[in-house]
Design a protein around this ligand. Structure first.
Ligand code: AMP
Ligand code: MG
Length: 328
């Protein structure tokens, strides 16, 4: 049996369940509510997704700490009973048992570990909240970190289009193994298909992807870098770690994330699963200065600035262009 096969199976099951809950929340709410920018559906899905994943991990690996984005603090406040009830209802529907509200809140709070040594999980229950609101791309992202290294990553992408026209894909990666794509909504195909990055040798042939949100990545600067590299195609703008999936499965060759503020530190749950996916698919991931991402510093990538993920061969060429543009 391959190393961490049990962890991988548990992570895949947990992410699939969380994606079903996110989809259920999105389906239950009329387009109108989302368009009005009512944040409550996002919140319901965020909390329910985190409760589902943390419950699964608690059952399978009760000793493992989890560093996740949400806490139950807001749900425990008076006046938030409706939100709390909705979260509990969605969690119960998915797990098929009438768990108490206290139990559900306790699962969410299992994600509050402050770990940075040894082995721990990191979870973004909904990465790309703004994409979720627009009914575009978002991801449930789960990574396992051991001694500062990501060793397992699972990414559920409920709205990602597939070649056949369907939507939803799951990606799984182990440090030692190939990256795989599996059906998200159907657990019967346990093997899935291997995914691999492209082999472009010159950045001019590359397609670049970046955030939809200009506050999350400097799009003016990325346009200058693309121009310097001779990239003529328009950037592929998608929310969440679906950008890592795009590079891993060869929809794009570059994922560039350029700081918009000098003091912003990337969160580990925004990158752990995606980074391993791209590396396992044969690509390279560093920060924009070419440094390896350091996951051993707690909840943030405190030793890094921005992100560059590529299909590999063009990585140094892109780093050179970033340096030239940023140094003016
Ligand atoms: P994306 O969908 O790639 O734009 O990324 C969504 C993530 O951006 C969220 O999960 C946030 O953690 C993160 N984020 C929030 N503010 C910033 C910022 N100023 N710079 C970079 N990332 C941010
Ligand atoms: Mg996120």
């Amino acid at each position: 049996m391959p190393e961490r096969a049990g962890e991988l199976r548990a992570a895949i099951d947990a992410v699939r369940a969380a994606c079903r809950v996110c989809r259920a929340v999105q389906e239950r709410i009329g387009g109108d509510t989302l368009e009005k920018r009512d944040k409550s559906p996002v919140t319901v899905a965020d909390f329910a997704s985190q409760a589902i994943v943390c419950r699964s991990l608690a059952l399978a690996f009760p000793a493992d700490p989890i560093v996740a984005e949400e806490t139950s603090e807001e749900l425990r406040r008076e006046g938030h009973a409706k939100l709390r009830d909705a979260v509990v209802e969605h969690v119960r529907a998915e797990i098929g048992t009438p768990a108490s509200a206290e139990l559900v809140l306790g699962w969410i709070d299992r994600g509050g570990a402050d770990a940075k040594d040894g082995r721990y999980w990191t979870l973004d229950p909904i990465d790309g909240t703004k994409g979720f609101l627009r009914r575009e791309q978002y991801a449930v992202a789960l990574g396992l970190i051991e001694d500062g290294e990501v060793v397992l990553g699972v990414l559920g992408c409920p709205n990602l289009p597939n070649a056949g026209g369907s939507r939803g894909a799951l990606f799984a990666a182990l440090r030692a193994g190939p990256a795989r794509s599996l059906p998200l909504w159907d657990a019967r195909d346990a093997a899935g298909a291997t995914v691999a990055v492209d082999g472009v040798r010159s950045a001019a042939q590359a397609r670049l992807c970046e955030s939809v949100e200009s506050e999350h990545s400097n799009q003016t600067e990325s346009a200058r870098i693309a121009s310097l590299l001779g990239i003529a195609s328009e950037p592929l703008r998608i929310d969440s770690q679906c950008k890592y999936a795009a590079v891993a499965r060869n929809d794009a060759s570059i994922y560039l994330r350029l700081p918009t503020r000098a003091d912003y530190r990337e969160k580990i749950w925004d990158h752990a699963a995606g980074k391993l996916l791209v590396e396992s698919a044969g690509g390279r991931v560093t920060d924009i200065d070419g440094r390896p991402l350091d996951f051993g510093r707690g909840g943030t990538l405190a030793g890094n600035r921005g992100i560059l993920a590529t299909s590999g061969r063009i990585h140094d060429e892109v780093l050179g262009a970033i340096r030239r543009v940023r140094e003016g």
